[in-house]
Ligand binder design. Structure first.
Ligand code: 9MR
Length: 366
């Protein structure tokens, strides 16, 4: 089956409301409308500029007209819809409703997808967490989950985040039901299952936060990758989540160095969950700094030959995960509550435009 992300690019307005012939219609496509970030990313030679999308805002048409517009975002990632708790809420009972609510419209819009995530320690269903499994039982549960979800989304995903957040900041493996029951080999089992059951060519990623600098965590991730390559355990990419904070974010050089831990081994990289939070209430100075951080992160991907693209962890402040998790912080995305684009949006667009002009990467099909 031909993956949808390789289909020839259709006109930019494909995801916009159909134009009507009524003279006063305000739905007429504007030929001068600026290309969105997805379109600019492709011109710059990236595969995509994408966004995470959460199911809770799918009834907001202002939101969905941007989220499912492949000029603005030519790749989408379900923030929650493909996670274990929703997909297999009871043992061996699979429910793809929330995943499909993101995947189906994105297919219609001609967008790519990064699929997220087969194995994590969060958002697991109660039956799984409370079961007192043996190693063999839990491996069987893991294989069954990956087999079902991978088969269901066969051909739909450019990439799968196979294992998410396995390391502690000091580089040791995080104590989870997976590590504690199966042992460290759970990671390679997950990748082998993923290769066995996903469609050929699906990129298999390890995805984590805090690996955007050379540090104990990113070095431990590199050691894992080296070991996998040596033993022919399948892995194609490392996702650097890139949840950043104004005032203490990794620099451009940090991001280049961190990615090179993996690209030097032949893997691809991606910034998979980019957002930049600030102390509330924000102000122009903080927003300018936020714009610089977004731009530097985008540039650190553009300049890295094997970095395939950037995904923001939602583009609209009201659905960002940040304020709930970090009280007093927020405004982390590219769009304000009133859908106005922030300086960060324009800074990212400028980086992509400059890269397209310089043509250092070549184009990816625009
Ligand atoms: O954005 C997600 C949020 O809606 C959920 O409540 C949260 C649960 O832990 O997960 C968020 O997404 C996370 C992603 O899956 C993995 N990396 C960190 C993201 C932010 O917490």
């Amino acid at each position: 089956m031909k993956p949808t992300y390789l289909l020839p690019i259709l006109p930019l307005i494909a995801a916009s409301p159909a134009p009507t012939s009524h003279p006063s219609s305000n739905h007429k496509p504007n030929p001068n409308a600026a290309p969105g970030l997805g379109a600019l990313a492709q011109r710059a030679g990236l595969l995509y500029f994408g966004t995470a999308i959460d199911n809770v805002v799918l009834n907001n048409t202002r939101y969905t007209s941007l989220a499912f517009n492949r000029s603005e975002f030519n790749q989408v990632t379900a923030s929650n819809g493909q996670k274990w708790v929703h997909i297999e809420p009871q043992r061996n009972v699979f429910n793809y409703t929330l995943g499909d609510q993101i995947v189906d419209p994105s297919k219609k819009a001609g967008q790519m997808r990064r699929c997220h995530t087969f194995l994590w320690h969060n958002q697991l269903p109660d039956w799984l967490v409370t079961g007192n499994w043996t190693k063999q039982e839990l491996l069987g549960i893991l294989e069954n989950h990956i087999r079902n979800e991978a088969s269901y989304y066969w051909g739909d995903c450019y990439a799968w985040d196979v294992v998410n957040e396995a390391f502690n900041d000091n580089g040791t493996l995080r104590s989870t039901i997976w590590l504690d029951t199966i042992g460290p080999s759970y990671i390679e089992h997950a990748f082998r299952f993923a290769r066995r059951y996903t469609s050929p060519g699906t990129k298999l990623y390890y995805n984590d936060y805090g690996i955007e600098r050379v540090n104990n965590k990113s070095l431990a991730t590199q050691t894992l990758v080296k070991d996998f390559l040596r033993r022919k355990v399948p892995i194609d990419g490392v996702g650097l989540q890139a949840h950043f904070t104004v005032g203490r974010s990794p620099s451009y050089a940090d991001l280049r160095g961190a990615q090179q831990l993996f690209t030097a081994l032949g893997l691809e990289t991606a910034l998979t969950e980019l957002d930049v939070r600030l102390a509330l209430p924000g102000n122009a100075t903080a927003e300018a700094e936020q714009a610089r951080i977004y731009a530097d992160a985008t540039r650190a991907c553009v300049d890295e030959e094997k970095c395939v693209g950037v995904t923001v962890w939602d583009f609209w402040d009201p659905v960002s995960w940040v304020p709930e998790t970090f009280p007093g912080q927020g405004d982390a995305t590219l769009y304000r509550q009133n859908f106005e684009r922030k300086p960060a949006y324009f800074a990212v667009a400028d980086v992509l435009r400059a890269a397209a002009r310089n043509g250092t990467r070549g184009r990816t099909g625009w």
